[in-house]
Design a protein around this ligand. Structure first.
Ligand code: FE
Length: 168
C-alpha cells in the first residue's frame, strides 16, 4: 500500500514537472515569435538581404528613411496602385496620392487592412510608424496634417513601393 502511494506520488511529480516545463518553453517561443508570426510572409534576415537591393533592405527591414526628393514615384501622376516592393501587397491607390512638398511620396489613405501600424520614438517624440501588413516591411509614418477627406499624410519611402499602372 505504502509503495503504491509513493509510485502514484512520483507519477504526479513527473507529470507536473513535464507540464510546467513544456508550457514555459511554449511561452518563450511564442514571445520570441510574436512579431514575426503575425505576418503571412516571413523570411530570415539573410533571405531579405539577398532578395532586396541594399536601399530596399535598409528601409523595409531596418526602418531607415530614404533621402528626400530621391523617389521616382514623386512625379508619377499615372493611374494605378502602389504595391509593397518586397511582397507585392497592394498598399496605396494612385487617386489617394497628393503633392506634400516633403520630398517623400504621400498619400491621404492606405488600402485598408493591408497596412499595419506601430508607435516609435526614434527621433525623440511619438510617431505612428506604418508597415506592410503582409511582410512587416517598414513603409514610413503617418501624420495628422494631410488633406481631406482623411486629414492624414502617409509619408512613405518610395523605395518600399512598386508602381503597377492600371490596365487601359
Ligand atoms: Fe510586404
Amino acid at each position: 500500500m505504502m509503495v503504491k502511494n509513493i509510485v502514484i506520488a512520483l507519477g504526479f511529480l513527473f507529470v507536473s514537472c513535464k507540464g510546467s516545463t513544456q508550457s514555459k518553453k511554449e511561452m518563450e517561443t511564442a514571445k520570441a515569435d510574436s512579431k514575426e508570426s503575425t505576418f503571412k510572409v516571413v523570411k530570415t534576415d539573410a533571405e531579405w538581404q539577398k532578395e532586396l537591393t541594399p536601399e530596399q533592405y535598409y528601409v523595409l527591414r531596418k526602418a531607415a528613411t530614404e533621402n528626400p526628393f530621391t523617389s521616382e514615384h514623386l512625379k508619377n501622376k499615372e493611374e494605378g496602385v502602389y504595391v509593397c516592393v518586397a511582397c507585392n501587397t497592394e498598399l496605396f491607390k494612385s487617386e489617394t496620392k497628393f503633392k506634400s512638398g516633403t520630398g517623400w511620396p504621400s498619400f491621404y489613405q492606405e488600402i485598408k487592412g493591408n497596412v499595419a501600424y506601430d508607435v516609435d520614438y526614434k527621433i525623440g517624440y511619438k510617431r505612428t510608424e506604418e508597415h506592410c501588413a503582409t511582410c512587416g516591411g517598414h513603409l514610413g509614418h503617418v501624420f495628422e496634417d494631410g488633406p481631406e477627406p482623411t486629414g492624414l499624410r502617409h509619408c512613405i519611402n518610395g523605395v518600399a513601393l512598386k508602381f503597377i499602372p492600371a490596365k487601359k
